[in-house]
Design a binder for this molecule. Structure first.
Ligand code: NAD
Length: 221
């Protein structure tokens, strides 16, 4: 997309934000790529890397049960990005919530970066790397414990295998379904899509900004 065209669209979005007090933001992995956490689908995303199965398969409950060692190899390598910091997109959403413009952030991400930026009403559809439970005695473990335990992390009380509290995509259809389902609930006339690539919902949106989300958000009021 031409940068002048993007600039015009950002101005429109800025006007809409200025007029709104009921914004809901729906996000996915692209929100955190500018914080250094790779997404699943971009050119340099997780699909182009060294694993024998797609991320959705590795992160499914069936795979976790059958191959916990392989699951945790991937999880430690790709999902426990505990040093990542919120970027301009996370920070802008926090500011809008404090200003009373934004009511909720709905996210597919499990990285906890919206909360790290200060957002309060965050609905995590797929859980969080910050919540982990022993499958046997249900004792809670934080992300630091998970990072410190290479291999399959086990409960320090009963020895049970710890499972991240992550409700992850079981097949490809779910990647699409929650987003599609939620977007259909929106009845208004200001659906805005900010995404680097095209999406299946571009034609349903009133404003499609094909650009990096952090760069777009930092230009908004
Ligand atoms: P996805 O990988 O399927 O798609 C990411 C989309 O974001 C792509 O269309 C890409 O073009 C776009 N994008 C990437 N960087 C962008 C940027 N800076 N600005 C604007 N757009 C950008 O991601 P998904 O739809 O969220 O589905 C993947 C699943 O994997 C989700 O369920 C999610 O929970 C999980 N996941 C989470 C994280 C995380 O927590 N940070 C990271 C990877 C995957």
């Amino acid at each position: 997309m031409e940068s002048q065209e993007v600039e015009e669209k950002i101005k429109t979005l800025a006007k809409w934000v200025g007029e709104s007090q009921n914004i809901v933001f729906f996000g996915g992995a692209g929100v955190s790529t500018e914080s250094g956490i790779p997404d699943f689908r971009s050119i340099d995303g997780l699909y182009h890397q060294k694993y024998d199965f797609p991320p959705e398969t590795i992160l499914s409950h069936t795979f976790f049960e059958a191959h916990p060692d392989e699951f945790y190899r991937f999880y430690h390598d790709k999902m426990l990005c505990l040093d990542a910091k919120p970027n301009a997109a996370h920070k802008k959403l926090t500011q809008w919530e404090r200003d009373g413009r934004l009511k909720a952030v709905i996210t597919q991400n499990i990285d906890g970066l919206h909360q790290a930026a200060g957002s309060r009403n965050v609905l995590e559809l797929h859980g969080s790397v910050h919540r982990n439970y022993c499958q046997k005695c249900h004792k809670f473990f934080d992300a630091a414990y998970m990072r410190a335990h290479v291999g399959i992390p086990r409960c320090d009380t009963c020895g049970g295998v710890i499972k991240p509290d992550i409700l992850i995509v079981g097949g490809t259809s779910l990647v699409v379904y929650p987003a599609a389902g939620l977007i259909r609930y929106y009845q208004g006339k200001k659906l805005v899509l900010i995404n680097k690539g095209t999406t299946a919902y571009d034609q349903d949106a009133q404003l499609v900004i094909s650009a990096a989300i952090g760069k777009v958000m930092e230009q908004l009021p």
